[in-house]
Design a protein around this ligand. Sequence first.
Ligand SMILES: NC(=O)c1ccc[n+]([C@@H]2O[C@H](COP(=O)([O-])OP(=O)(O)OC[C@H]3O[C@@H](n4cnc5c(N)ncnc54)[C@H](O)[C@@H]3O)[C@@H](O)[C@H]2O)c1
Length: 392
Amino acid sequence: MEPSPLSRSSFLRRIGMLGAGAVFSPGFSRGGTYRAEKRVRVAVIGCGSVSNMYLPHLSRSPYVELVSVCDIRPERAAAQAAKFRVPNQYPHIDQLLSGAPFDLLVNLTNMQEHGRLNRLALKAGRHVWSEKPMANTYAEGKDLLDLAEKSGLRIWGAPAVVNSPQFAFMARAIQQGKLGRVSAAHAHYGHTGPGWSAFFYEKGGGSLPDLGVYNLATLSGLLGPVKSVMAMTSIITPERKVDDKGLIRVEAEDNAMVLMDHGNGVLSHVQCGFNYFDPYGHEGKGQDRPTISLWGTEGNMALIGYDWAPLSVELARSWTEPPARFATETEGYVWEQGASVVAECLATGKEPLITARHALHVLEIIEAARASQESGRRIRLQSDFAWPLVRG
Ligand SMILES: NC(=O)c1ccc[n+]([C@@H]2O[C@H](COP(=O)([O-])OP(=O)(O)OC[C@H]3O[C@@H](n4cnc5c(N)ncnc54)[C@H](O)[C@@H]3O)[C@@H](O)[C@H]2O)c1
Protein backbone atom coordinates (compact mmCIF):
# COMPACT_ATOMS: atom_id res chain seq x y z
CA MET A 1 0.00 0.00 0.00
CA GLU A 2 1.28 3.48 -0.88
CA PRO A 3 2.12 5.51 2.28
CA SER A 4 -0.18 8.53 2.72
CA PRO A 5 1.97 11.48 1.60
CA LEU A 6 2.10 14.73 3.52
CA SER A 7 0.23 17.64 1.99
CA ARG A 8 1.91 21.07 1.99
CA SER A 9 -0.76 22.53 4.28
CA SER A 10 -0.71 19.65 6.78
CA PHE A 11 3.07 19.82 6.81
CA LEU A 12 3.08 23.58 7.48
CA ARG A 13 0.44 23.18 10.18
CA ARG A 14 2.47 20.46 11.86
CA ILE A 15 5.64 22.49 11.88
CA GLY A 16 3.72 25.41 13.30
CA MET A 17 3.57 27.88 10.41
CA LEU A 18 -0.19 28.03 10.06
CA GLY A 19 -2.08 29.51 12.95
CA ALA A 20 0.97 29.76 15.20
CA GLY A 21 3.54 32.39 16.12
CA ALA A 22 6.95 32.36 14.48
CA VAL A 23 10.07 31.64 16.53
CA PHE A 24 12.76 34.27 16.94
CA SER A 25 16.49 33.99 17.26
CA PRO A 26 18.29 35.82 20.03
CA GLY A 27 19.23 39.31 18.90
CA PHE A 28 16.40 39.44 16.38
CA SER A 29 13.78 42.05 17.18
CA ARG A 30 10.19 40.93 17.59
CA GLY A 31 8.74 44.23 16.51
CA GLY A 32 11.27 44.56 13.69
CA THR A 33 12.22 48.01 15.01
CA TYR A 34 15.95 47.43 15.54
CA ARG A 35 17.99 47.58 12.36
CA ALA A 36 21.68 46.73 12.24
CA GLU A 37 24.08 49.30 10.81
CA LYS A 38 25.06 46.99 7.99
CA ARG A 39 22.38 44.99 6.27
CA VAL A 40 22.86 42.28 3.68
CA ARG A 41 20.67 42.54 0.58
CA VAL A 42 19.00 39.15 0.11
CA ALA A 43 17.22 37.57 -2.86
CA VAL A 44 15.23 34.35 -2.43
CA ILE A 45 14.85 31.98 -5.38
CA GLY A 46 12.18 29.28 -5.05
CA CYS A 47 8.91 30.41 -3.47
CA GLY A 48 7.47 26.99 -2.62
CA SER A 49 6.82 25.20 0.66
CA VAL A 50 10.05 25.94 2.52
CA SER A 51 9.98 29.65 1.61
CA ASN A 52 7.06 29.89 4.06
CA MET A 53 9.56 29.10 6.81
CA TYR A 54 12.54 31.10 5.51
CA LEU A 55 10.81 34.34 4.55
CA PRO A 56 9.31 35.13 7.99
CA HIS A 57 12.67 34.46 9.63
CA LEU A 58 14.61 36.53 7.09
CA SER A 59 12.10 39.37 7.21
CA ARG A 60 12.59 39.68 10.99
CA SER A 61 16.39 39.68 10.89
CA PRO A 62 17.88 43.12 11.57
CA TYR A 63 20.80 42.15 9.31
CA VAL A 64 18.66 41.43 6.24
CA GLU A 65 17.09 43.60 3.61
CA LEU A 66 14.82 41.43 1.49
CA VAL A 67 15.29 42.81 -2.03
CA SER A 68 13.85 40.26 -4.47
CA VAL A 69 12.00 36.98 -4.82
CA CYS A 70 12.05 34.73 -7.89
CA ASP A 71 10.18 31.63 -9.05
CA ILE A 72 9.59 30.06 -12.45
CA ARG A 73 5.97 29.93 -11.29
CA PRO A 74 5.55 33.74 -11.22
CA GLU A 75 2.31 33.59 -9.23
CA ARG A 76 4.29 32.12 -6.33
CA ALA A 77 6.87 34.92 -6.44
CA ALA A 78 4.05 37.47 -6.62
CA ALA A 79 2.26 35.99 -3.60
CA GLN A 80 5.41 35.91 -1.44
CA ALA A 81 6.44 39.43 -2.57
CA ALA A 82 3.02 40.74 -1.47
CA LYS A 83 2.96 38.80 1.81
CA PHE A 84 6.48 39.73 2.91
CA ARG A 85 6.60 43.18 1.28
CA VAL A 86 9.52 42.35 -1.00
CA PRO A 87 9.90 45.14 -3.61
CA ASN A 88 11.05 43.06 -6.63
CA GLN A 89 9.88 39.79 -8.15
CA TYR A 90 11.22 37.87 -11.15
CA PRO A 91 10.24 34.75 -13.13
CA HIS A 92 13.82 33.72 -14.08
CA ILE A 93 17.28 33.71 -12.48
CA ASP A 94 18.76 35.76 -15.37
CA GLN A 95 16.32 38.59 -14.65
CA LEU A 96 16.94 38.24 -10.91
CA LEU A 97 20.71 38.52 -11.35
CA SER A 98 20.50 41.49 -13.72
CA GLY A 99 17.72 43.17 -11.73
CA ALA A 100 17.81 44.97 -8.38
CA PRO A 101 21.28 44.59 -6.81
CA PHE A 102 21.69 42.13 -3.92
CA ASP A 103 24.50 40.39 -2.00
CA LEU A 104 23.23 36.94 -0.93
CA LEU A 105 21.18 34.45 -2.93
CA VAL A 106 19.03 32.11 -0.82
CA ASN A 107 18.32 29.07 -2.98
CA LEU A 108 15.10 27.24 -2.05
CA THR A 109 14.39 25.56 -5.38
CA ASN A 110 14.10 21.90 -6.36
CA MET A 111 17.17 19.88 -5.27
CA GLN A 112 18.14 19.14 -8.90
CA GLU A 113 18.45 22.89 -9.66
CA HIS A 114 20.77 23.82 -6.78
CA GLY A 115 24.17 23.29 -8.42
CA ARG A 116 23.28 25.11 -11.64
CA LEU A 117 21.64 28.12 -9.95
CA ASN A 118 24.33 28.40 -7.26
CA ARG A 119 27.00 28.54 -9.98
CA LEU A 120 25.15 31.29 -11.87
CA ALA A 121 24.88 33.31 -8.66
CA LEU A 122 28.58 32.92 -7.79
CA LYS A 123 29.55 33.84 -11.36
CA ALA A 124 27.46 36.98 -10.97
CA GLY A 125 29.40 37.87 -7.78
CA ARG A 126 26.77 36.84 -5.21
CA HIS A 127 27.25 34.92 -1.96
CA VAL A 128 25.04 31.83 -1.68
CA TRP A 129 23.04 30.06 1.02
CA SER A 130 21.64 26.87 -0.50
CA GLU A 131 19.06 24.45 0.78
CA LYS A 132 20.43 20.92 0.74
CA PRO A 133 22.15 19.63 -1.22
CA MET A 134 24.40 22.57 -2.20
CA ALA A 135 25.18 20.75 -5.49
CA ASN A 136 24.09 17.58 -7.21
CA THR A 137 27.42 15.78 -7.00
CA TYR A 138 30.41 16.09 -4.72
CA ALA A 139 32.59 17.14 -7.71
CA GLU A 140 30.13 19.87 -8.67
CA GLY A 141 29.99 21.07 -5.04
CA LYS A 142 33.80 21.15 -4.80
CA ASP A 143 33.93 23.22 -8.04
CA LEU A 144 31.42 25.66 -6.56
CA LEU A 145 33.48 26.06 -3.39
CA ASP A 146 36.67 26.58 -5.46
CA LEU A 147 34.86 29.16 -7.59
CA ALA A 148 33.59 30.97 -4.48
CA GLU A 149 37.05 31.00 -2.88
CA LYS A 150 38.71 32.27 -6.08
CA SER A 151 36.09 35.00 -6.38
CA GLY A 152 36.25 36.19 -2.76
CA LEU A 153 32.69 34.95 -2.18
CA ARG A 154 31.06 32.62 0.32
CA ILE A 155 28.78 29.63 -0.18
CA TRP A 156 27.04 27.62 2.54
CA GLY A 157 24.62 24.71 2.47
CA ALA A 158 21.83 23.54 4.79
CA PRO A 159 21.18 21.97 7.23
CA ALA A 160 21.71 24.18 10.29
CA VAL A 161 21.60 21.34 12.86
CA VAL A 162 25.04 22.17 14.31
CA ASN A 163 23.61 25.49 15.58
CA SER A 164 21.26 23.94 18.14
CA PRO A 165 22.09 24.10 21.87
CA GLN A 166 21.43 20.35 22.02
CA PHE A 167 24.13 19.74 19.40
CA ALA A 168 26.50 21.97 21.41
CA PHE A 169 25.69 20.07 24.62
CA MET A 170 26.35 16.69 23.00
CA ALA A 171 29.55 17.86 21.28
CA ARG A 172 30.90 19.28 24.57
CA ALA A 173 29.96 16.15 26.53
CA ILE A 174 31.94 14.04 24.03
CA GLN A 175 34.92 16.44 24.00
CA GLN A 176 34.95 16.53 27.83
CA GLY A 177 35.05 12.73 27.95
CA LYS A 178 31.73 12.45 29.82
CA LEU A 179 30.86 9.29 27.89
CA GLY A 180 34.32 7.76 28.24
CA ARG A 181 35.49 6.28 24.95
CA VAL A 182 32.71 6.74 22.38
CA SER A 183 32.53 3.95 19.84
CA ALA A 184 29.03 3.76 18.37
CA ALA A 185 26.05 5.89 17.39
CA HIS A 186 22.72 5.57 15.61
CA ALA A 187 20.35 8.14 14.07
CA HIS A 188 17.07 7.90 12.18
CA TYR A 189 14.60 10.19 10.46
CA GLY A 190 11.67 9.46 8.21
CA HIS A 191 8.06 10.16 7.35
CA THR A 192 5.66 9.14 4.61
CA GLY A 193 7.14 11.52 2.03
CA PRO A 194 6.19 14.96 0.66
CA GLY A 195 3.05 14.94 -1.47
CA TRP A 196 3.50 18.27 -3.26
CA SER A 197 6.48 17.98 -5.63
CA ALA A 198 7.85 15.21 -7.84
CA PHE A 199 11.50 16.26 -7.53
CA PHE A 200 11.83 14.55 -4.14
CA TYR A 201 11.44 11.19 -5.93
CA GLU A 202 13.19 11.92 -9.24
CA LYS A 203 16.87 11.33 -10.04
CA GLY A 204 18.88 13.76 -7.91
CA GLY A 205 16.21 13.64 -5.19
CA GLY A 206 15.77 10.86 -2.64
CA SER A 207 15.44 10.36 1.09
CA LEU A 208 19.21 10.66 1.64
CA PRO A 209 19.63 14.31 0.50
CA ASP A 210 16.19 15.30 1.80
CA LEU A 211 16.08 13.54 5.20
CA GLY A 212 19.24 11.55 5.94
CA VAL A 213 21.26 14.73 5.38
CA TYR A 214 20.30 16.02 8.86
CA ASN A 215 21.48 12.91 10.70
CA LEU A 216 24.61 12.66 8.54
CA ALA A 217 25.52 16.26 9.41
CA THR A 218 24.82 15.63 13.11
CA LEU A 219 26.78 12.38 13.45
CA SER A 220 29.77 13.59 11.39
CA GLY A 221 29.60 16.85 13.38
CA LEU A 222 29.71 14.94 16.68
CA LEU A 223 32.08 12.07 15.83
CA GLY A 224 34.27 13.67 13.18
CA PRO A 225 34.78 13.36 9.43
CA VAL A 226 33.88 9.98 7.92
CA LYS A 227 36.67 7.88 6.41
CA SER A 228 34.56 5.26 4.62
CA VAL A 229 30.95 4.24 4.02
CA MET A 230 29.00 1.06 3.37
CA ALA A 231 25.30 1.27 2.60
CA MET A 232 22.20 -0.37 1.25
CA THR A 233 19.37 1.58 -0.34
CA SER A 234 16.09 0.57 -1.95
CA ILE A 235 12.83 1.80 -3.44
CA ILE A 236 9.84 0.65 -1.42
CA THR A 237 7.08 2.61 -3.17
CA PRO A 238 7.76 2.53 -6.94
CA GLU A 239 4.90 4.89 -7.88
CA ARG A 240 3.55 7.97 -6.11
CA LYS A 241 0.87 10.57 -6.71
CA VAL A 242 2.16 14.13 -6.28
CA ASP A 243 0.41 17.48 -6.65
CA ASP A 244 2.55 18.91 -9.45
CA LYS A 245 2.83 15.89 -11.79
CA GLY A 246 0.17 13.34 -10.79
CA LEU A 247 1.29 9.69 -10.90
CA ILE A 248 5.09 9.38 -11.16
CA ARG A 249 7.70 6.63 -11.07
CA VAL A 250 10.03 6.86 -8.08
CA GLU A 251 13.64 6.93 -9.32
CA ALA A 252 15.64 7.86 -6.21
CA GLU A 253 16.01 5.73 -3.04
CA ASP A 254 13.16 6.06 -0.55
CA ASN A 255 14.80 3.74 1.99
CA ALA A 256 18.43 3.87 3.12
CA MET A 257 20.78 2.34 5.70
CA VAL A 258 24.23 3.92 5.91
CA LEU A 259 27.17 2.64 7.98
CA MET A 260 30.01 5.10 8.60
CA ASP A 261 33.57 4.61 9.83
CA HIS A 262 34.85 7.76 11.56
CA GLY A 263 38.35 6.34 12.14
CA ASN A 264 39.92 5.01 15.38
CA GLY A 265 37.29 2.29 15.44
CA VAL A 266 34.33 4.68 15.84
CA LEU A 267 31.31 3.45 13.84
CA SER A 268 27.88 5.00 13.33
CA HIS A 269 24.67 4.28 11.46
CA VAL A 270 21.97 6.44 9.85
CA GLN A 271 18.64 5.20 8.53
CA CYS A 272 16.12 7.32 6.66
CA GLY A 273 13.14 6.84 4.41
CA PHE A 274 9.92 8.11 2.88
CA ASN A 275 7.92 5.12 4.13
CA TYR A 276 8.06 5.66 7.89
CA PHE A 277 4.84 6.01 9.84
CA ASP A 278 5.56 8.58 12.58
CA PRO A 279 2.81 9.44 15.07
CA TYR A 280 4.73 12.55 16.20
CA GLY A 281 4.78 14.15 12.75
CA HIS A 282 7.50 16.44 11.49
CA GLU A 283 7.56 18.74 14.46
CA GLY A 284 8.13 15.92 16.92
CA LYS A 285 5.75 17.52 19.45
CA GLY A 286 5.24 15.15 22.36
CA GLN A 287 8.02 12.98 21.01
CA ASP A 288 9.67 11.47 24.06
CA ARG A 289 11.92 9.04 22.28
CA PRO A 290 15.45 9.49 21.04
CA THR A 291 16.22 9.79 17.33
CA ILE A 292 19.96 9.90 17.95
CA SER A 293 21.87 7.69 20.40
CA LEU A 294 25.58 7.59 21.23
CA TRP A 295 27.37 5.04 23.38
CA GLY A 296 30.62 5.29 25.29
CA THR A 297 32.40 3.21 27.93
CA GLU A 298 31.24 5.47 30.78
CA GLY A 299 27.94 6.85 29.58
CA ASN A 300 25.39 7.06 26.84
CA MET A 301 23.47 9.98 25.44
CA ALA A 302 20.23 10.34 23.51
CA LEU A 303 18.79 13.29 21.62
CA ILE A 304 15.07 13.63 22.31
CA GLY A 305 13.14 14.86 19.27
CA TYR A 306 14.70 15.39 15.85
CA ASP A 307 18.15 16.86 15.37
CA TRP A 308 16.63 19.69 13.26
CA ALA A 309 14.11 20.50 16.04
CA PRO A 310 15.60 18.98 19.18
CA LEU A 311 13.87 19.04 22.57
CA SER A 312 16.56 17.89 25.02
CA VAL A 313 19.45 15.51 25.60
CA GLU A 314 19.23 12.55 27.96
CA LEU A 315 22.51 11.58 29.58
CA ALA A 316 23.05 8.31 31.47
CA ARG A 317 26.27 8.03 33.48
CA SER A 318 25.27 6.26 36.68
CA TRP A 319 24.52 2.65 37.66
CA THR A 320 22.20 3.87 40.43
CA GLU A 321 20.69 7.23 39.35
CA PRO A 322 18.18 7.49 36.49
CA PRO A 323 19.32 9.30 33.31
CA ALA A 324 18.94 13.10 33.47
CA ARG A 325 17.73 15.51 30.78
CA PHE A 326 19.78 18.54 29.76
CA ALA A 327 19.62 21.31 27.14
CA THR A 328 15.84 21.59 27.40
CA GLU A 329 15.57 25.07 25.81
CA THR A 330 15.74 26.01 22.12
CA GLU A 331 17.62 29.25 22.94
CA GLY A 332 16.19 30.69 19.74
CA TYR A 333 17.43 27.90 17.50
CA VAL A 334 15.08 27.00 14.63
CA TRP A 335 16.05 24.85 11.65
CA GLU A 336 15.12 27.54 9.11
CA GLN A 337 17.60 30.03 10.58
CA GLY A 338 20.57 29.14 8.33
CA ALA A 339 20.21 31.95 5.76
CA SER A 340 19.56 34.58 8.46
CA VAL A 341 22.59 33.38 10.42
CA VAL A 342 24.95 33.61 7.44
CA ALA A 343 23.50 37.03 6.53
CA GLU A 344 24.31 38.17 10.08
CA CYS A 345 27.82 36.76 9.67
CA LEU A 346 28.31 38.57 6.35
CA ALA A 347 27.16 41.80 8.01
CA THR A 348 29.24 41.47 11.18
CA GLY A 349 32.28 39.44 10.09
CA LYS A 350 31.47 36.63 12.56
CA GLU A 351 32.10 33.06 11.36
CA PRO A 352 29.16 30.66 11.46
CA LEU A 353 29.54 27.07 12.76
CA ILE A 354 28.04 25.85 9.49
CA THR A 355 30.69 25.43 6.80
CA ALA A 356 30.63 24.61 3.11
CA ARG A 357 33.28 21.92 3.72
CA HIS A 358 31.00 20.11 6.18
CA ALA A 359 28.05 20.32 3.73
CA LEU A 360 30.31 18.99 0.95
CA HIS A 361 31.51 16.14 3.18
CA VAL A 362 27.88 15.14 3.82
CA LEU A 363 27.24 15.28 0.06
CA GLU A 364 30.20 12.95 -0.48
CA ILE A 365 28.78 10.53 2.15
CA ILE A 366 25.46 10.46 0.25
CA GLU A 367 27.24 9.81 -3.03
CA ALA A 368 29.37 7.10 -1.40
CA ALA A 369 26.26 5.44 0.06
CA ARG A 370 24.78 5.20 -3.42
CA ALA A 371 28.07 3.92 -4.87
CA SER A 372 28.22 1.29 -2.12
CA GLN A 373 24.69 0.14 -2.95
CA GLU A 374 25.65 -0.08 -6.66
CA SER A 375 28.91 -1.94 -6.15
CA GLY A 376 28.33 -3.84 -2.91
CA ARG A 377 31.64 -2.36 -1.69
CA ARG A 378 33.00 -0.13 1.07
CA ILE A 379 33.69 3.35 -0.37
CA ARG A 380 36.53 5.55 0.90
CA LEU A 381 35.98 9.31 1.13
CA GLN A 382 38.36 12.10 0.07
CA SER A 383 36.88 15.08 1.88
CA ASP A 384 36.98 16.27 5.46
CA PHE A 385 36.26 19.44 7.44
CA ALA A 386 37.68 21.30 10.43
CA TRP A 387 36.69 19.32 13.54
CA PRO A 388 35.70 19.47 16.40
CA LEU A 389 33.07 22.10 15.63
CA VAL A 390 32.44 22.85 19.32
CA ARG A 391 35.22 22.53 21.90
CA GLY A 392 34.67 21.17 25.42
N1 LIG B 1 9.40 21.84 2.37
C1 LIG B 1 10.09 21.82 3.48
O1 LIG B 1 9.58 21.91 4.56
C2 LIG B 1 11.59 21.75 3.44
C3 LIG B 1 12.26 21.71 4.66
C4 LIG B 1 13.66 21.76 4.65
C5 LIG B 1 14.31 21.80 3.44
N2 LIG B 1 13.61 21.79 2.24
C6 LIG B 1 14.37 21.85 0.97
O2 LIG B 1 13.99 23.07 0.30
C7 LIG B 1 14.05 22.89 -1.11
C8 LIG B 1 12.70 23.23 -1.71
O3 LIG B 1 11.72 22.38 -1.17
P1 LIG B 1 10.16 22.77 -1.16
O4 LIG B 1 9.49 21.75 -0.33
O5 LIG B 1 10.02 24.20 -0.85
O6 LIG B 1 9.79 22.51 -2.69
P2 LIG B 1 8.60 23.19 -3.52
O7 LIG B 1 8.37 22.34 -4.70
O8 LIG B 1 7.45 23.48 -2.61
O9 LIG B 1 9.24 24.59 -3.96
C9 LIG B 1 10.30 24.70 -4.89
C10 LIG B 1 10.05 25.96 -5.70
O10 LIG B 1 11.18 26.21 -6.53
C11 LIG B 1 10.71 26.69 -7.78
N3 LIG B 1 11.76 26.47 -8.78
C12 LIG B 1 12.19 25.29 -9.29
N4 LIG B 1 13.18 25.50 -10.19
C13 LIG B 1 13.37 26.84 -10.24
C14 LIG B 1 14.24 27.67 -10.99
N5 LIG B 1 15.12 27.17 -11.87
N6 LIG B 1 14.17 29.01 -10.81
C15 LIG B 1 13.28 29.55 -9.92
N7 LIG B 1 12.42 28.79 -9.19
C16 LIG B 1 12.46 27.46 -9.35
C17 LIG B 1 9.46 25.88 -8.03
O11 LIG B 1 8.62 26.50 -8.99
C18 LIG B 1 8.85 25.85 -6.63
O12 LIG B 1 7.96 26.94 -6.41
C19 LIG B 1 14.49 21.45 -1.32
O13 LIG B 1 15.89 21.41 -1.44
C20 LIG B 1 14.07 20.75 -0.03
O14 LIG B 1 14.88 19.62 0.23
C21 LIG B 1 12.27 21.77 2.24
